[in-house]
Design a protein around this ligand. Structure first.
Ligand code: ADP
Ligand code: MG
Length: 577
């Protein structure tokens, strides 16, 4: 076949697919333009998941008629003064977004500079720009209609309307976090999904207020403020207790640009390493500021990834900055668990007795008098043969059960074991439906509007697992029942985690894989969490359930749930053999 040049409208359409691959990408570009134009108020209105119509309106500097026509041309930008690609301080600079939207949709750009007249330019699916006068307040209004309507190949890749809207909410939320002084509003089909008034205060107070408006539960995050070698880190870090099962609550910015960067996410994980298990993720809203020439933001067309000149310095600042913040807030790391296991069994040093007392049974050396004979209130039953986990004797650190088996000492991680039992029970009950335990009073849980939609969409699947939730207005759900296998749980924490998990798994994962993850999340909320005091009867019941469920020998993450020190081990530890 002879080589031919592609017609320019096709070139534009191909390029456009890379810049705006979904409605959220279009919204992000348009909102960034509004921020670059110095807007104080930005309104986004979607219809039909953004595919029917996207409107972004701002009160920024606006454009005159000549600039309007230039703005929709490819590679036309007002944001690159010289030729220095490395000194970029605005969001734009490629001059591609508006041209791209004009190629894959019907684009109407109305604008009015202060003191000038209003004008509109319309580009219909790559056609010639048509200019006409328009009536509007100073600022810019962009309308994108029929996005991808003529690019079926692209439209096919889009997820459900709900997922696309959730991605838009996420994109706007990220930009809104970085600009607390700007008012943001987002609606979908007339429903208000996000509403953040302009914050008057500055600095960390403004961020705190903005975060509280946008992210339920962010009120008790702690301020981060650190600097070294020209790098500055600021923002808010979540308490370990508020960690979640996904990284959805992490908002990272480089020079106020939202990024999803593995190196930064990894550093954040490092900062919490000794405060959180590997499968829990802290909330964080962190801003890294560094000289424009110390970072390349031009790596990715969507500009979500960055390349640092000195990644090690960035990591070091993030880890130490966040640790300092947690430390200052009194969130210390738990006692060290280093050292070989053998070292863990150390001979106990006893303090020398204050008085000289006659050693002997029935004599209290401290009080210096005989102990009156006194039978124990309850005579513990002897260990029973055929019960490998033995009889519960005590609980340690409100986390471990100590049991006496016929042949040794057993330690059980109560939370890990219970979690596994609940997961297995739910797996079995999936066909028949798990038992639900109705709450005496429904628990109202406030959460972001997109999460409410996520939960509502999965309500049937959740009900089959015993979790019954229903929307309660745009910003809350009512929890009516929780899976009976969990016992008494914190319904609010449970629902927040499940919503996160659903959101994170909303991608290509099969329904079965998604359910599996949701079940694991639910199981983690069982009432027998670490930190709960258990009665001997409760502990025994758990041991018997474990014996009946062979899978419970390991937790949902593959770690053992029970360990045994045989009698022989004990004898060796005491040098009896
Ligand atoms: P870029 O933002 O990379 O420059 P765009 O295609 O997004 O490219 O926009 C092209 C130009 O149109 C911008 O450089 C800017 O001058 C102008 N422009 C776009 N949106 C707005 C807006 N909301 N207000 C004022 N000017 C705008
Ligand atoms: Mg732009």
């Amino acid at each position: 076949m002879p080589i031919r040049r592609l017609p320019s409208h096709l070139v534009d359409r191909i390029a456009a697919g890379e810049v705006v691959e979904r409605p959220a990408a279009a919204v992000k570009e348009l909102v960034e333009n509004a921020l670059d134009a110095g807007a104080f108020r930005i309104r986004v209105a979607l219809e039909g998941g953004g595919l029917c119509r996207i409107l972004v309106e701002d009160d920024g500097c606006g454009m005159g008629p000549e600039d309007l026509v230039l703005a929709v041309e490819r590679h036309a930008t007002s944001k690159l003064a010289g030729e220095d690609l490395f000194a970029i301080t605005t969001f734009g600079f490629r001059g591609e977004a508006l041209a791209a939207l004009g190629a894959v949709a019907r684009l109407t750009l109305e604008s009015r500079a202060r003191g000038g007249e209003g004008w509109a330019v319309v580009v219909d699916h790559g056609g010639p720009p048509v200019l006409r006068p328009a009536a509007l307040a100073p600022g810019t209004r962009v309308v994108v209609e029929g996005l991808f309507a003529r690019v079926p190949a692209r439209a096919k890749f889009l997820k459900s309307e709900r997922t696309e809207v959730a991605a838009v909410v996420d994109a706007v939320r990220r930009l809104a976090l970085a600009h607390p002084g700007v008012a943001f509003q987002l609606t979908h089909d007339g429903r208000l999904l996000l509403d953040a008034p302009a914050e008057r205060a500055g600095g960390i107070a403004a961020l705190h207020a903005r975060a509280t408006a946008l992210i339920p539960g962010s009120a008790d995050m702690v301020p981060v403020d650190a600097a070294r070698e020209g790098l500055v880190l600021g923002g808010l870090a979540g308490l370990p207790a508020a960690a979640r099962s996904t990284t959805e609550q992490q908002y990272l910015f480089v020079n106020r640009r939202p990024v999803r960067d593995r190196a930064l996410a990894g550093a954040l994980k490092g900062a919490y390493r000794d405060r959180l298990p590997a499968d829990r993720h802290p909330a964080a809203i962190l801003f890294l500021e560094l000289p424009a020439d110390a970072v390349d933001v031009n790596v990715h067309p969507g500009k979500a990834e960055v390349r640092f000149r000195d990644p090690a310095a960035v990591r070091a600042l993030l880890v130490s900055g966040v640790r300092q913040a947690l430390h200052a807030a009194g969130v210390g790391p738990p006692a060290s668990s280093s050292g070989a296991l053998a070292d863990a069994f150390r001979p106990v040093d006893l303090p020398a007795p204050a008085g000289v007392a006659e050693p002997g049974l029935g004599f209290d050396p401290v009080a210096g008098r005989p102990i009156p004979p006194h039978p124990p209130a309850v005579v513990p039953p002897p260990p029973v043969p055929g019960r490998p986990l033995g009889v519960a004797r005590a609980q340690i650190a409100r986390a471990y059960i100590v049991a006496e088996a016929e042949d040794g000492l057993v330690l059980v991680d109560q939370h890990a074991a219970h979690e596994r039992l609940v997961l297995e029970a739910m797996r079995r009950a999936r066909q028949t439906g798990a038992a639900a335990q109705a709450l005496l009073e429904p628990v109202l849980v406030e959460l972001a509007a997109d999460r409410v939609e996520t939960l509502a969409a999965a309500a049937e699947e959740l009900a089959a697992l015993g979790l019954i939730v229903e929307p309660f207005g745009p910003g809350a759900v009512a929890v009516r029942a929780v899976p009976a296998a969990l016992g008494a749980v914190d319904a609010r924490a449970l629902v927040l985690d499940v919503a996160d998990e659903l959101e994170a798994g909303s991608g290509a994962a099969s329904l079965a894989a998604r359910l599996e993850r949701v079940m694991a999340t639910i199981a983690c909320h069982g009432s027998v969490r670490a930190g709960r005091t258990l009665s001997l009867a409760e502990m025994d019941a758990l041991l018997r359930q474990m014996e009946a469920e062979p899978m419970s020998a390991t937790c949902n993450h593959g770690r053992p749930t029970a360990i045994k020190l045989s009698r022989a081990d004990l004898e060796q530890l005491f040098h009896r053999r």
